[in-house]
Design a protein around this ligand. Structure first.
Ligand code: MN
Length: 481
């Protein structure tokens, strides 16, 4: 398998890292982390010879010893060295010592007077809110580059099967509290602009933050002002949406966000506000938010074959879509404008491969996990096995090359005929993804040929190696929706 060698220095010491070209992003990050002898909460920054910061990922440009990169350990959380010291310097005081003084003072007053005086209570609240602002600013300033994913809170969890399908009351209450706290903070202009681009990285944001970002979309498209939407009503709506997306690998709340964010990006990129009524845009954004509500991770074919409650309720006719609608949709009229609205929602829905590879690839792993779960269940229950979900029939690259060639590109090219600026934003990245998976497919094929028969069941960590891809299995007309 092809490998990459990256030369870099850390603390003035020359090092070189070698990794397979298609190894997971997390492995590359871990490799650099151990080279820097950094702890799990430290933040790493990599500079190219020009002094620009570059992303630590499998897509790193290979270099030579004379053009080596520079690796730096930047921070370990807000309270610890060296960022704590840096912040203290920048602010002229040390926040944690101030907090401690306040705490001591409060304790003393409690002992002497029995109650916390209003003035101390007020000061305490100010310190708390200042800390919150500081932490969220620090966190926002790393966006797209350094938010430390090794903490694992936001990555796809391999333990979905250990969680209940529906979110628990505790889970919801915790997220709601966090969301309401955060929604009073101003989101920076930098983030607002980033949110309008298709390069937005969802993996850096936890659910409560995602709800704040959705709120920003409604505000920045002027829906809140135009339709006089009360902030509490919008917040309650977003929370209900969050609550009704289930704990499944792919069709979850983060997927709802990604689809909505792509829709939002398309609205800005195509300047749709000058071409369509605001109410139609409101319907589209809200449709995107609602489009997979209460998905259980099993598609229509499964619902019908397994005679689930949903299939019975909707007489086997698009049970899922009917269900999402029943939970949320208003039925649209059928003319050109409505077709465009539906196409844009569809494009947003299946647009992962238009995103940067480090954002798109983990989503593919999630999708395959959900697909394999369904086909495994179908096999166990003796139901017809959906070909493009069958782990014995598709591989990671084959699932993508067919889907990109036969579904994504034709659809995106039509759309770019209407909005030429999309060529650069969605078609080029999709072509890049096609090249990437074509290469991966070839590498797998070579690997398979070089293997002796007894090794043929081998499964690598990242790529599920199956049999040669079956054409009809690799090009589902709807990979996910
Ligand atoms: Mn979807």
């Amino acid at each position: 398998m092809a490998t990459k060698i990256i030369y870099f220095t850390v603390n003035g010491r020359p090092e070189q890292a070698e990794f397979p070209v298609n190894c997971p992003a997390q492995d590359v990050k871990d490799l650099f982390r151990s080279a820097a002898e950094a702890g799990p909460h430290d933040i790493l920054k990599l500079y190219n010879p020009k002094g620009n910061i570059i992303n630590i990922s499998p897509n790193l440009e290979p270099n030579k010893p004379n053009t080596c990169y520079k690796l730096e350990v930047v921070a370990s959380g807000c309270n610890s060295e060296p960022l704590g010291v840096e912040l203290a310097g920048a602010l002229g005081f040390d926040l944690s010592s101030m907090e401690k003084r306040l705490k001591d003072l409060e304790k003393k007053i409690l002992i002497e007077a029995g109650t916390t005086p209003a003035v101390v209570y007020k000061m305490k609240k100010q310190v708390d809110s200042f800390r919150e602002k500081l932490e969220s600013v620090e966190h926002l300033s790393w966006l797209g580059l350094f938010k430390d994913l090794s903490e694992g809170a936001h990555k796809p969890s391999p333990f979905y099967h250990k969680r209940t399908l529906h979110k628990t009351k505790e889970e919801c209450e915790h997220v709601l509290e966090k969301f309401l706290q955060m929604s009073s903070l101003e989101v920076s202009e930098e983030v607002r602009q980033y949110l309008k681009t298709p390069t937005f990285d969802n993996w850096q944001w936890e659910d409560a933050e995602i709800m704040v970002l959705l709120q920003v979309m409604y505000t920045d498209l002027d829906f809140v002002a135009t339709y006089n939407i009360e902030p509490e009503v919008l917040q309650q709506f977003l929370f209900e949406v969050y609550r009704r997306y289930n704990n499944i690998p792919f069709h979850n709340f983060k997927h709802c966000f990604c689809v909505t964010q792509m829709m939002y990006g398309l609205i800005w990129l195509t300047d749709l506000r000058s071409k369509m009524d605001s109410i139609d845009l409101l319907i589209m954004l809200t449709s995107a938010v609602c489009h997979d509500l209460d998905h259980t991770g099993y598609n229509n074919a499964y619902q019908i074959n397994a005679r689930t409650e949903l299939a019975l309720r909707y007489n086997d006719i698009s049970p899922l879509e009917n269900h999402h609608c029943a939970v949320a949709f208003d039925i649209l009229e059928k003319d050109h404008r409505d077709v465009l609205m539906m196409i844009l929602i569809k494009v947003s829905d299946i647009s992962n491969e238009a995103r940067p590879m480090e954002v798109a690839e983990p989503w593919l792993d999630c999708l395959l996990q959900e697909f394999y779960n369904q086909s495994d269940a179908e096999k166990l229950e003796g139901l017809p096995v959906t070909p493009f979900m069958d782990r014995d029939k598709i591989t990671k690259p084959s699932s993508q090359t067919g889907f990109i060639r036969f579904v994504l590109l034709p659809l995106f090219i039509e759309l770019a005929n209407l909005f030429p600026c999309l060529e650069q934003h969605i078609i080029n990245p999709v072509r890049k993804a096609l090249d990437y998976y074509t290469e991966m497919e070839k590498a797998l094929e070579r690997e398979k040929q070089n293997r002796t028969p007894c090794e043929n069941g081998f499964k690598s960590k990242d790529i599920t190696v199956g049999q040669t891809s079956v054409p009809e299995a690799s090009s589902p007309d709807t990979q996910c929706d």
